[in-house]
Design a protein around this ligand. Structure first.
Ligand code: ZN
Length: 274
């Protein structure tokens, strides 16, 4: 009987040890991110940062910069900015009443594996290009079906024009009048509908100022995606440095309570195997 208990205890210990080892809890191997290269997909924030023509832009004011009366150096600034400008996220609430505000977006929507759709050749000669269903099916014919929980990133090639507003978005004018002069690529509402109905994506992003193209008047892609709580990353940088699949995205915005969007730091880890 004693032996039996000992045997059972040993077996149990082995089972527990194996389980922990499989979970990555063995002594020598602390959990860690895969090896790879981190790529910053974020434009910096300055007075050059591109905002919507009706927006005020990013302002940084010096509060103090110098030696204090106690003899030590001290620097602090104050910034003001609209939620939607520069590299930023649109929370679903931006165009969908009752959907997630910025602080309510789950971390699972902001982190995950990327698929990168390259339409830069088509968009180069057509600033009104709308990324269509066929761009996704073409990608899938080479790379396989877009996996569940993917972060879909659209590379139009327009990031290379940043921050030249005329080349990047069609106008450097300000105000409501200038909105009519906006020309830059975006996502075709038919493709937004196709993605929400036929694929399971957690977020979407692109390298232009808006997920709807510059000439959009009804912002249908925004409305379709956001009604499904799929947030959008806009004015993303360096998408040409990512592989079509296999990059891991971390996209963490400022956590503004009740926000409709906000400044975003977005980075990608490209594993060494790519
Ligand atoms: Zn926005």
């Amino acid at each position: 009987m004693k032996t039996d208990i000992k045997t059972i205890a040993l077996s149990l210990a082995l089972v527990v040890f194996t389980a922990f080892a499989e979970l990555g809890f063995s002594q020598q191997a602390p959990a860690q991110f895969p090896q790879g290269k981190w790529i910053d997909l974020t434009h910096d924030f300055s007075s050059d940062t591109v905002y919507w023509p009706t927006g005020e832009g990013f302002k940084l004011e010096t509060v103090f910069d110098g030696t204090t009366d106690k003899g030590y150096y001290y620097a602090a600034n104050k910034y003001t900015a609209e939620e939607h400008g520069g590299t930023h996220i649109d929370a679903p609430r931006h165009f969908a009443e009752g959907k997630q505000t910025l602080d309510e977006i789950p971390l699972e929507s902001l982190t995950g594996s990327a698929v990168v759709i390259d339409v830069s050749k088509k968009a180069a000669s057509d600033p009104d290009y709308q990324i269509g269903i066929e761009d996704f099916t073409e990608w899938e014919s080479v790379n396989g079906r877009i996996p569940g929980d993917s972060i879909v990133l659209l590379n139009t090639g327009y990031a290379k024009y940043w921050p030249d507003r005329v080349k990047y978005m069609g106008t450097d004018k300000k105000g409501q009048e200038a909105v009519r002069e906006l020309h830059f690529p975006g996502l075709d509402p038919a493709a937004a509908k196709w993605l929400t109905e036929n694929r399971d994506i957690s977020a979407i992003g692109l390298d232009t100022p808006s997920i709807d193209y510059g000439q959009s008047r009804l912002f249908e892609s925004h409305r379709i995606l956001f009604s499904e709580n799929i947030p959008a990353f806009e004015n993303v940088a360096n998408l040409d440095r990512l592989p079509p699949k296999g990059a891991y995205i971390v996209a963490l915005p400022m956590k503004i309570k009740g926000g409709s969007g906000g400044p975003l730091r977005i980075v990608a880890l490209v594993p060494e195997t790519n």
